[in-house]
Design a binder for this molecule. Structure first.
Ligand SMILES: CC(C)(COP(=O)(O)OP(=O)(O)OC[C@H]1O[C@@H](n2cnc3c(N)ncnc32)[C@H](O)[C@@H]1OP(=O)(O)O)[C@@H](O)C(=O)NCCC(=O)NCCS
Length: 182
């Protein structure tokens, strides 16, 4: 894995009680398109993209890169989790040289309200702790995004600051395996 450090990518599929976190495959393409075309999913993250544009632009195997986990329920993709390095130019940092690992999450609306995002993110944070022990993880979300805010709190993220970005108030928080019970 180049972006996140020395950990091998992809890891072996990670199994939780109900889910599998795994690398993306060609069979996930339709679910990727659903995610990016959904007005509900896009409500607080820049909006939905036109489906016909996605049908043209999305590659045969979408999202195959270090840090991107497809979340699989009974053999079908229900969402994705990303761990990427946060751009130094953006507001919100906890390290002097920036480049923190940042958690992102997007699930299909039909999978909301079941605790799947909590279960999958907790497993991704566990994996990250093993791969890069002691490194903090950051997260930012619009304060208006109630579901994302509740999820961040459940996972053990704590507020660092709030700021304006993309014309909205953003919540910026940090999580650390050293201070979190997991
Ligand atoms: C953010 C997002 C992933 C949260 O999804 P979610 O399903 O609400 O999150 P959780 O997995 O934590 O599920 C929590 C809900 O499941 C319920 N639940 C049901 N069964 C459960 C179980 N077995 N375990 C835990 N929670 C359970 C909880 O009570 C809670 O319900 P509530 O929302 O009515 O309080 C989702 O809304 C999303 O994809 N949004 C669009 C993309 C986005 O904005 N991403 C954030 C960018 S920063």
């Amino acid at each position: 894995m180049t972006e996140l450090g020395p950990a091998a990518w992809p890891p072996a599929p990670i199994r939780t009680e109900r889910l599998v976190l795994r690398e993306s495959e060609a069979r996930d393409r339709a679910a990727f398109i659903e995610l990016f075309a959904s007005p509900e999913v896009g409500a607080y993250i820049g909006g939905a993209r036109p489906r016909d544009e996605l049908e043209r632009a999305v590659p045969e195997v979408p999202g195959r890169r270090p840090g991107l986990f497809v979340i699989d329920l009974d053999g079908a993709m229900i969402g994705m989790i990303t761990l990427d390095r946060r751009d130094a130019e953006r507001p919100g940092h906890v390290r002097p040289n920036a480049g923190e690992a940042e958690l992102g999450y997007m699930f299909l609306p039909q999978a909301w309200g079941c605790g799947y995002a909590t279960e999958a993110c907790a497993a991704a944070l566990d994996w990250f702790t093993d791969a890069l022990p002691g490194e903090p993880v950051v997260l930012s979300t619009q304060t208006a995004n109630d579901r994302a805010m509740r999820l961040a709190a459940k996972l053990g993220f704590t507020e660092v600051e709030r700021f304006e970005e993309y014309g909205a108030e953003q919540w910026f928080g940090v999580w650390s395996s050293v201070t979190s019970s997991g």
